[in-house]
Write a protein that binds this ligand. Structure first.
Ligand SMILES: [Zn+2]
Length: 414
């Protein structure tokens, strides 16, 4: 969990300088001629396991996060004005956050105070561009921490504030590139990205002749680039050009390389054209019969290979079946977890399909030993989705969210 410490140090010691393309009516002029965004609205969700603060802002701005003890609090500062901010909110009872309050300081900051019910730390914090008439947003996720970690964070913050004049804010680069947190990992997880279709199989086709096979390949290459840039993952694609490969080959490739995560990328058509938005599938356990599983466990392959190291030699067939089944269930649980995490990362900035985490009997999701998900980016049968799927800004936003979700998932599983 060393990366979390690193990350917290990073966000505490670095104010993020965000590109500001502000229009005059959105901002207020300060005495020294500085354009300041406005805080528009605040929202908080809070359970025992996790809390999320979202601040709506008229434009991207700088922020900083500090931990305090006695009482235990986390302060989130944003450089903004509160002239439009009237929201009085309170967190639900029983969660990580017991109360929230806002304070305006004389140096053009708004400080959000979160009083903690237990030791906690910031898991991630990032600022999102405005999109689709939605404002810019600062998202701060908070998770429980042990006492040592919390007190270490407080001590670091005190040390930092003593060394740093408020008027001498150190400006930094965007520290929130996906996966930057766990660059310390020595053996990096292998992610296999599987762009659907290819070659003679074009997949779905959208109005204007956009082909699914091209859209998903471009997206897969973008996601690969982001994951590699993070320095935290090994990434391979099942295809890197417009070639046909069978479903079996896709699964075999992931299994032969002992992938830690398999992500198939699609943008199919749906018979109801009004259905749109991004969704993520995990395998449907009920729909999977043993015949399908047997197809995956190729005939020439000994099932014992799957659980190499877990069983003593000469284990009987029945015992092996039970272990394979246990492993499969474990992988499905993980697949569901990663799908849920990615959806929560997509949620603030991407239009999602109703019930975005879904189950279906997709062949490529059947690996018994690899958590496997299928991202349905959108539907080429839906006009709004076609527009999104062919917009590079949208593709980048979705790829960034997915990369961030993958990083959070692997942080958790460490
Ligand atoms: Zn498809």
């Amino acid at each position: 969990m060393e990366y979390i410490k690193k990350f917290i140090v990073l966000i505490i010691t670095v104010f993020l300088l965000m590109s500001s393309s502000l229009s005059a009516q959105q901002t207020e002029q300060t005495e020294n001629g500085e354009n300041l965004p406005s805080l528009i609205e605040a929202r908080i969700s809070s359970t025992e396991q996790r809390a999320r603060l979202v601040l709506d802002l008229s434009a991207k701005t700088l922020f900083a996060i500090t931990s305090f003890s006695e009482p235990m609090r986390i302060a989130i500062d944003v450089k903004a004005t509160d002239d439009k901010f009237t929201n009085k909110i309170s967190p639900p009872a029983g969660g990580l956050i017991t109360s929230i309050s806002f304070e305006t300081t004389n140096d053009n900051r708004i400080r959000t105070w979160l009083v903690l019910s237990e030791f906690a730390q910031v898991q991630q914090a990032y600022i999102l561009d405005p999109f689709d008439n939605q404002p810019a947003r600062l998202v701060v996720d908070i998770i429980p921490a042990n006492e040592d970690r919390f007190l270490a964070n407080v001590a670091q913050d005190i040390a930092y504030s003593q060394n740093q004049s408020k008027n001498d804010i150190e400006l930094g680069d965007n520290s929130n590139a996906p996966g930057t947190l766990n660059s310390q990992i020595t053996s990096r997880p292998l992610i296999i990205i599987d762009p659907g279709h290819g070659g003679v199989d074009s997949g779905a086709q959208g109005a204007g002749g956009n082909k699914e096979k091209d859209i998903v390949l471009n997206f897969a290459l973008l996601l690969q680039k982001l994951l590699i840039q993070s320095g935290s993952f090994e990434v391979a694609l099942t295809r890197t050009n417009d070639s046909f490969i069978s479903l079996q080959e896709r699964v075999d490739l992931a299994r032969a390389n002992k992938a830690d995560l398999f992500i198939s990328i699609h943008a199919d058509s749906f018979d109801q054209i009004d259905v749109g938005g991004t969704s993520i599938y995990t395998v449907d356990e009920d729909a999977t019969d043993t015949d399908v599983l047997d197809k995956i466990l190729a005939e020439n392959e000994n099932r014992v290979d799957i659980i190499a190291g877990l069983t003593p030699p000469n284990t009987d067939d029945q015992a092996v079946s039970i272990l394979v089944d246990l492993m499969r269930r474990q992988m499905r649980k993980q697949a569901f977890r990663v799908a849920s995490i990615i959806v929560s990362q997509l949620k603030p900035s991407v239009r999602l399909r109703r019930f975005p985490v879904r189950k279906a009997d997709f062949f490529v999701l059947q690996s018994p030993d690899i958590p496997s998900i299928l991202v349905e980016l959108g539907f080429l049968s839906n006009m709004k989705d076609v527009e999104n799927l062919t917009t590079s800004e949208w593709n980048e936003r979705v790829a960034n969210s997915i990369a961030r979700g993958i990083a959070v998932y692997f942080d958790e599983t460490k």
